[in-house]
Structures are given as C-alpha cells and as structure tokens.
Design a protein. Structure first.
Ligand code: ATP
Length: 535
C-alpha cells in the first residue's frame, strides 16, 4: 500500500524561505501561500493580535475599533473546489476579526493552546458554515497559536481536505514558532527605530537648549536696540517668516532666539542650520532627511531639520549661502509645508516657522542673480535689521560689563571691573567685528588679568584692508565699487587676515577672529571667492 501523501508540500523549504523574509507582511503571506500550495489544504490563514484602532482593514471598512485587543486576519490563501473562480486570499470580509475567546480562532488566541479537529463533523458547533464544509470537502482543522515568550501574537490555522496527521501537526507547530519569533524580532527592530528617532529628536532639542543657555539675555540700552526689540515683540506671536539682517557678530542669532522664545512655539525646539557649514552635496538630506540607501553613506534613515523642527522654529543662519539649485525646494516648504526625504516618494508635512539671518544684502544678491527673487520675497516678509555696534555706542560699556561678569563666573575668580578709562577706550573703538569681537576682547582680558588691572588689548587702528565688515574709511565712504572690485577687496582682506594669523582659521588669533567672522562663514566665503589657504 502506497504511503499517504503528506499534507504539506515541502515544509522544510518553507522554513528556509521564512528565514529570508525582511518584513512581517511578506513572511506571513509566504506562510499562507506555501501551506495552501498543497492540494490537500483548502485554506491557510494567519490572524495577528492587534490593539484596538490599529487595524487598517477595519479602519478602511468603517468598522468600529472596539475596546479590547482582537485577532485580525492579515494573510490568507486557498482554493475552492466548488467555485474555483472565488479568491480565497482576501483578508477583509466575514472572518476578518475575532474577539479573544470567540469561536475556534479566538479560543486559540485566548488560551495560547493549539486546537486540532482531525475529523471535522459539519454539524459540530465548532463549524461556522456547515454548507461550506460539506461543499468544499473539508475534513480537518489545525490551529496553532503564535507564541513568543509566553505572549500570544496571533493564530495560524489550516482547513484541510484530508485528516490531519501527527506529522502535519508537528510541521504546523514548527512553522508557527518560526513565524512568532520573526514577528517578535521585526517588532523589536521597529521599537529600536522609534526609540532611536525619539533620541535623535531629544538630542537635537537638548542641543538647542544648551545653545540657548549659552546665548542668554539681551544686554543694551540704546534706542537702536530698543527699536529691534519692539519689532521682535510685534512679530514673535505671529507665524510670519522673519529675515534678520546685519553685519557679522551683531547679535542676529540672539534676535532669532528671542523671536522663538516669545512665540507660541517656545515650548518646542528651535532647530538651527548654518547654511554656510553644510557640505554642498548634503544640503537636501540635511534639510529634508533621507532614507537608507538613498546615496553612498546613507546607511540608515535620517530625519531632516524640517521634520525635527515640526511644531517649532527653524533658524536658517547665513541663508545667503544657500545654493541656488536648492532654493526652489526651500520655497516649496515655506509655501506649502511639504517636502520629501531624499530617496523617498512619500510627501511629508511639517508645521515650521522659519527665521532666517544673513549678513549679505539679499536684495542685491537677488538682483545679481545669486539668490532667487521669489525666495527673497518669501523670506523677507518681516525684515529686522540689527545695527552694527558702532551705531549704538551706548551699548558698548553695558555689554563689556556683562561679558566681564560672565567671564568671572566661568573662570571662578574675581575679575577687575571696568575703569572709566577702560570704558572710554572701549567706546572709542569702532568694533568692526561687532559684539562678538567685544566679547572676545573682554574674555581674553579677563583670562590674562588675574586680579591685577584689566589688560584690555585693543587693536590701535584698523587698517582698511583688515576690515571684512567695517564701514568704509571716512574718505572712501562715497566711493562706489563695482561688484568685481568689491569682491577683489574682500579677497585681499581675507588674504591679509590669513597672513597675519599664519594660515590659522579657527581659535584665538585665527583669521576668523581677526575678521570678526565665524570660522564656518570664513571658510565658505573663501570657497566662494576662490581664496585658498596655501596662497
Ligand atoms: N545685545 C546683546 N546682549 C548680549 N549678548 C549679545 C548681544 N548681541 C550679541 N551678543 C553676543 O555676541 C555673540 C555674537 O552674537 P550672534 O551670534 O547672535 O551674532 P550674529 O549676528 O548671529 O553673527 P553671525 O552673522 O556671525 O552669525 C554671541 O555670543 C551673543 O550672545
């Protein structure tokens, strides 16, 4: 007598293929399809235990979500002998959802124990549709819970057209155990990814907090600074885009932080992007994020700055350095709040208020074709100009005292106060590097003075060629330079600073400090002007 046909076709091969699946969906579809491959299997189905309100099928079909976890059909395959045209791989319909405890599938889900009916009697109370059982010649039912660490993740069940033997039930158990382990692993990965994303958001938020703490409060009593603060007060509560202009080191970032702090977004993050410091080919990913594999080096998904700033404020520092080809994309987010991650089709939305800053004359840049006029108009809805320190001499001494106090605190020792003669010298200096230069001068003095008189080390005179951002010397004030001449002058000036700093850009005595620029700004300007270090 020939041995009976095994119920499942090549279950070992199925176990091997299961190990290669990358997603839970494809894994469960594979299980159902392969089990139903055999002519002896009428129907194979997998249900997963899902919390209320999380099943897409129920949502789409308008079914009320319920209040308890339930079993939801997620994969199915089979063949009707009575009506071969019927599709049995559908997962919506009458047996899509079972409450725990309801009928055979619900019993397995609730108890976590297998349920086998080797010889199905069409009249048994277990049979929901006795006509179907008779019509399709169903003779066996085997259901296995998908259990991982004692938790029932779902149920795998088959209806067969031959009695289920011990061997088939053993394979079914093995397939169910493999599937449960794969589901648990995939969910653990998902959780790690969510936590990683949360951590990324929190880190960025905390970085912002640290920066904000470093920035501290506004100091100054000049009418010019007052006027700036009044504008901040006026625009902060609105969601308008703000463009802050002014020379380097005047306090533009401080103004941006103040706009955020006084807005309804204050409890959310202020995310900063220094447009001069982003490498050319990473702009899009920096702003909008990317998905794994979008380009070489994109080893995992990355959240862009727009997404990080969702609900908060995005501060675009040195916005004048933004490459022309990225400007239309920025304009689109500003107008529609929509963007895509690099390498992904899906359109995402973010509710972001943009505050931008620049020390360039953006209108001129737009006229010269280096900045898109439409973006300039969009950014410049509410412009705030921060005046250079030389136009508000009343602020110099209060700022000096403020920085001295901060330095003393940081150094943990008493630092001499400003004498009237010191104050006079500070007021008499033109501060081409603005407040940042004043801060550096005072900090250096505090470090070297160690209890003695404050040793203020001010450059005596600032030669014209050493001023990156200073006003033109008195005699030259009316002289108009062409753009080419102006750039040439800027080039010479940067070269002079580099020579003086012996090629050093960063740190005390570096060219950036001499010019009163941020090192990143200097680096990008050198690149734009074609100035190289080795010249
Ligand atoms: N009114 C002020 N009161 C207190 N500190 C100030 C004030 N203005 C500027 N500062 C300080 O001076 C430094 C430079 O300011 P900030 O970075 O805001 O300038 P910026 O105009 O954004 O410069 P850049 O154009 O180079 O980016 C910061 O440390 C800032 O805290």
């Amino acid at each position: 007598m020939a041995a009976a046909e095994p119920i499942f076709t090549d279950p070992k091969q199925l176990l091997l293929e299961m190990a290669e699946q990358r997603s839970v969906d494809s894994l469960l579809r594979l299980v159902a399809a392969r089990l139903a491959d055999s002519p002896q299997v009428a129907l194979a189905r997998v249900w997963l235990t899902l919390p209320p309100g999380t099943c897409d099928i129920c949502r789409q079909s308008g079914r009320e979500p319920g209040t308890e976890p339930a079993l939801h059909l997620v994969a199915g395959a089979g063949r009707s002998v009575a009506a071969p045209e019927e599709a049995w791989d559908q997962i919506d319909g009458a047996f899509h959802r079972f409450a725990l405890g309801e009928r055979k599938v619900g019993q397995i889900g609730l108890s976590g124990r297998p349920l086998e009916v080797p010889d199905v009697d069409p009249h048994s109370p277990w049979v929901a549709d006795s006509d179907w059982v008779r019509r399709e010649g169903i003779t066996g039912f085997g259901g296995q819970p998908l259990v991982h660490h004692g938790r029932v993740l779902g149920v795998l069940a088959v209806f067969t057209r031959a009695p289920l033997d011990g061997e088939a039930l053993g394979w079914l158990r093995m397939v169910a155990n493999h599937a449960a382990a794969a589901i648990a692993t995939a969910r653990a990965f998902e959780e790690v990814e969510t936590l990683r994303r949360q951590l990324e958001l929190e880190t960025e938020y905390l970085r912002g907090e640290v920066r904000a703490a470093h920035y501290g409060r506004f100091v100054g009593q000049s009418p010019a600074l007052d006027a700036v603060l009044r504008q901040v007060e006026f625009v902060a509560p609105t969601d308008a885009t703000v463009l802050i202009t002014g020379e380097s080191g005047t306090g533009k970032e401080l103004v941006a932080r103040e706009v955020h702090a006084r807005s309804r977004r204050a409890a959310r993050a202020l995310i900063k992007v220094n447009c001069a410091a982003v490498p050319r080919d990473l702009y899009e990913s920096e702003f909008f994020g990317h998905v794994r594999g979008a380009f070489t080096g994109a080893v995992r998904d990355r959240v862009g700055r727009f997404e990080l700033a969702d609900g908060g404020t995005l501060f675009l520092d040195e916005v004048g350095e933004l490459p022309l080809d990225l400007q239309p994309k920025l304009l689109r987010v500003l107008q529609e709040g929509e963007f895509e991650r690099v390498g992904e089709e899906r359109t995402r939305k973010a509710d972001v208020r943009v505050v931008a800053a620049t020390n360039r004359d953006l209108r001129r840049e737009a006229e010269a074709g280096r900045f898109r006029p439409d973006l300039y108009f969009r950014l410049g809805v509410f412009p705030i100009e921060v005046p250079p320190l030389r136009r508000r001499p009343e602020d110099v001494v209060p700022l000096g005292e403020h920085f001295l106090e901060q330095a003393a605190k940081r150094l943990g020792r008493p630092v001499p106060k400003l004498t009237p003669a010191d104050a006079e010298r500070l007021r008499g200096y033109p501060w081409p590097g603005n407040v940042r230069e004043l801060q550096h001068v005072i900090e250096r003095a505090a470090i070297v003075s160690a209890g003695r008189r404050l040793a203020l080390n001010l450059p005596e005179a600032v030669p014209a060629a050493d001023r990156a951002t200073a006003p033109a010397p008195a005699g030259a004030r009316d002289q108009v330079l062409t753009e080419a001449e102006f750039r040439d002058l800027e080039r010479q000036n940067i070269r002079a600073a580099l020579r003086k700093a012996a090629g050093k850009i960063y740190g005390p005595g570096g060219a950036a400090e001499l010019l009163g620029l941020k090192p990143t700004t200097l680096a990008s300007r050198m690149k734009a002007l074609g100035v190289r270090l080795a010249e």
